[in-house]
Design a binder for this molecule. Structure first.
Ligand SMILES: Cc1ncc(COP(=O)(O)O)c(C=O)c1O
Length: 394
């Protein structure tokens, strides 16, 4: 992987040390170009017109869905475009029909987006169990073995924690789901952009991720469903129907049935280009590069006096998301200092995981640095040097 070559595709990198890709990623030139091409040369609505321009838009938008299905090695199922991972998860939570006494199992590592949609089901009589991680942010497989039994209707977990970087034992969880007749929703917002995923190997029924975290345009996300039949669309209206009568209507099969109204056509086409870009670079290479940077970062952070690192100590249990604090300073103060001193962009605060922060006793949250394919060892070293100076002054 030629990092200096691919950095040329991200113009903004000349102005910033961007270590906040877990929040949203940057956009490479080929993705910008694909969106621009749509708006300049063949902008039209999809699924509606018969003229050539509309046919071209339709074809490219459909192709983008196929590219995203390929991206997660899905040979079947339905790949729906959404606005983000949050919408993908809500689509499943609200689209399934629930009955009083149904049980859902999730974890305290979840982003609010994979917690609140399940909490909301409590008003329909659904019982929710939230498995808690240990101090390092890990959950033993035994905890899932205890919680997942044949009363459980659905299990919803993240693949990778967006705060602690913890990687969950997805295959073990999906095996337990299968043995107990439960559905499995996997939130891959922090994994799909960073490592090669194959839905068959993961063994999930629903896979949710954000397009904007994988070099795609903002306002794009994906929901893959192994079987769409138990899920009702979130919205009804134009574009999603086969037949409409005065009393009833029939819904199209496939992604169109779940994408009522005019979709973000340019965004979807851009997301297809992002999937192409990542596959051309190679997800395995992206992952190796990130793990090399993460190891360097963790080793350097351990040397800084007054700095506490959170998350699993073992590199094999984590990804390129690293949370820490400097004693005597608030996370937002550290993030501001990094920006002011060296234009280093990191995230600070609760990272949309307030219950987890409370569980870990981190009232003000953490500072979070997250790496991606365009980051370099020099950038990590600059982050470490700057943090060292900040910690010395604190
Ligand atoms: C693990 C995880 N799940 C869900 C989300 C929500 O993603 P989005 O804001 O794209 O809906 C995020 C965003 O940070 C995340 O990290």
């Amino acid at each position: 992987m030629n990092v200096s070559r691919l950095r040329e595709d991200f113009a903004v990198l000349s102005d910033v040390i961007y270590l906040d890709s877990a929040a949203t990623s940057l956009t490479p030139e080929p993705v910008l170009k694909s969106v621009e091409d749509y708006y300049r040369h063949f902008r039209a609505n999809v699924g509606r017109g018969v003229y050539r321009q509309a046919q071209l838009a339709d074809q490219r938008y459909r192709l983008a869905h196929n590219k995203l299905a390929e991206f997660v090695a899905a040979s079947g199922g339905t790949t729906v475009f959404t606005r983000n991972a949050t919408e993908s998860i809500n689509l499943v939570a609200q689209g399934l029909s629930w009955k009083r006494g149904d049980r859902v199992v999730t974890t305290l590592l979840e982003h609010h987006s994979n917690l609140l949609p399940w909490m909301k089901l409590k008003s329909q009589g659904v019982e929710l169990e939230i498995i808690k991680p240990d101090r390092e942010g890990r959950i033993d497989t035994a905890e899932f073995e205890r919680a997942i039994n044949d009363d459980v209707r659905l299990v919803a977990t993240t693949h990778v924690s967006n705060v602690l970087g913890t990687v969950l034992p997805v295959r073990e969880i999906s095996d337990l789901c299968r043995e107990n007749g439960a559905m499995y929703l996997l939130d891959a917002a922090q994994s799909a952009p960073h490592l090669p995923l194959k839905v068959d190997i993961l063994g999930c029924d629903f896979l949710c991720f954000s397009g904007h975290k994988m070099l795609g345009p903002t306002g794009t996300g994906v929901l893959w469903m192994k079987d769409e039949s138990p899920v009702q669309p979130l919205l009804s209206g134009g574009g999603m129907v086969d037949q409409v009568f005065e009393e009833s209507f029939s819904i199209k099969k496939g992604y169109e049935g779940f994408e009522a109204g005019t979709p973000d056509v340019g965004g979807g086409i851009g997301l297809g280009a992002a999937a192409d870009y990542l596959q051309k670079v190679g997800l395995a290479e992206v992952h190796n590069h990130e793990m090399m940077l993460t190891q360097r970062l963790l080793m350097g952070l351990q040397e800084i006096e007054g700095l506490e690192i959170y998350g699993p100590a073992d590199l094999r249990d984590r990804s390129g998301v690293v949370s820490f604090n400097i004693r005597g300073l608030l996370p937002h103060e550290v993030a501001l200092m990094l920006d002011q001193a060296k234009s280093i962009a990191v995230r600070s605060g609760h990272h949309c995981c307030m219950p987890l922060m409370r569980h870990l006793g981190l009232d003000h949250g953490t500072v979070r640095a997250s790496v991606y394919l365009y980051n370099t060892e020099e950038e990590i070293d600059l982050l470490l040097q700057t943090l060292e100076s900040i910690a010395r002054l604190a």
